[in-house]
Design a binder for this molecule. Sequence first.
Ligand SMILES: [Zn+2]
Length: 531
Amino acid sequence: MARERLYLFDTTLRDGAQTNGVDFTLSDKLAIAGMLDELGVDYVEAGYPGANPIDTSFFAERRPMRTRLTAFGMTRRPGRSASNDPGLVALLDAQADAICFVAKSWDYHVRIALETTEDENLASIRDSVRAAKAKGREVLLDCEHFFDGYKANPAYALACAKAAYEEGARWMVLCDTNGGALPHEVERIVGEVCKVIPGDRVGMHAHNDTEQAVANSFAAIRAGARQIQGTLNGLGERCGNANLVSIIPTLKLKSEYADRFEIGVSDDALGHLVGISHRLDELLNRAPDRHAPYVGESAFATKAGIHASAIVKEPKTYEHIAPERVGNTRKLLVSDQAGRSNVLAELERIGLSLNKDDPRVTRLLDEVKEREAIGFAYEAADASFELLARRMLGQVPHYFDVEKFDVNVEQRNNAKGERVTVSQAVVKIKVGNEELISVAEGIGPVNALDLALRKDLGKYQSYITGLTLTDYRVRILNGGTQAVTRVLIESTDETGEHWRTVGVSANIIDASFAALMDSIVYKLMKSGAPA
Ligand SMILES: [Zn+2]
């Protein structure tokens, strides 16, 4: 049976750019557009030319891509002609394949916000669509606040969409602008719209204010809409937009959709979804959401021992899809509940296959249990687990010794008479026969220690230049005077790999030192530093 084509429209670079704390540079925008193009998204809305210099320069030249690059902008202003509206003229001049106009479709907004008449708003839609078509552009109309507008005045909301349809706009996009619509309402209203405008000309633009943007997108598809708008990782102002990273695998892998619809994303591209999602986080300098559906690190992670042994025997028993379809991996957490199969599976993940009856597996399992009992958390520290396992197998070279370190914290008045706290660390290490002493000042004692440790590793220095700490977390366990401190550190390097290490001690500096050391040794090992 021939499957129906469903189109994906990404607005990460336009609506997603409204996210708090997100500021795309031109090169970020080009990189993200390239990623979306590779992924196979049909439309990339790259910005609002005329609204800011970055978007204007994005559209100042042709940027050849498979995807249809779309420029966003307003319909002509009330009371002006299309040719006499500088904003519209700039939009029509943008080097874009398609133009997406936004127009009000809620009569209340037309009167209050736009301060014009309902008829003038319809005329503005018609004129703008006509002008863009005359320029040879494909045209989309974002019907702003469509669902609220439809509930208040269905005839007028529909008239706005129809005005664009009759002028030949390719897509009439129904926007849940404030994100308050619920799936059953979306399904009903989109169904009613599709009786008037064919579904293959209707799009859905959902916001996530009730955490149902993805559900609302699927409700729209069920009701007949054939274009779905969203963003990578659900970026967007307030609570975000519909998350294409969740929508795409559902469309590709769930038979209800996969059997009926075809999208531009190939199986091969789907296999890179985790990489794409993480690359965006990397560009935004954000830690990926571990619990993100499909692509999160925990999406296919299982803790309990019984489940783990069942998963190894038959993954389908506990997983709704095969993780590798989206470029993810199965992860069995090593924890105090862990059985032998957890440890074996973790060993396999890091490329060490041992026979399950190997006595070293028992030793490792005992060691993990013993250490977890005193506060280590290997499920959150993959690199420390790997070091523990490889050390037991004699696979971790002895790179250097820390002969001693000294960290001090001094509070005093500075020259201006202000109270300041200064931390300084001195580290003495031995690399082969070479003794090296490094001194560093830091914002706090751990920062000073980290800087001093990594300042001069002698012949190993070049292997760790790309190493950066991305997260540092301290947890006090047990409480009271017997308290133990657990430090978890996340590090990354020039390859983009992230790894986590753990240290436990009654002393926060010792715990931090242990976690820092594991991170450095892991980095040396993975960079292939010679012993
Ligand atoms: Zn929006």
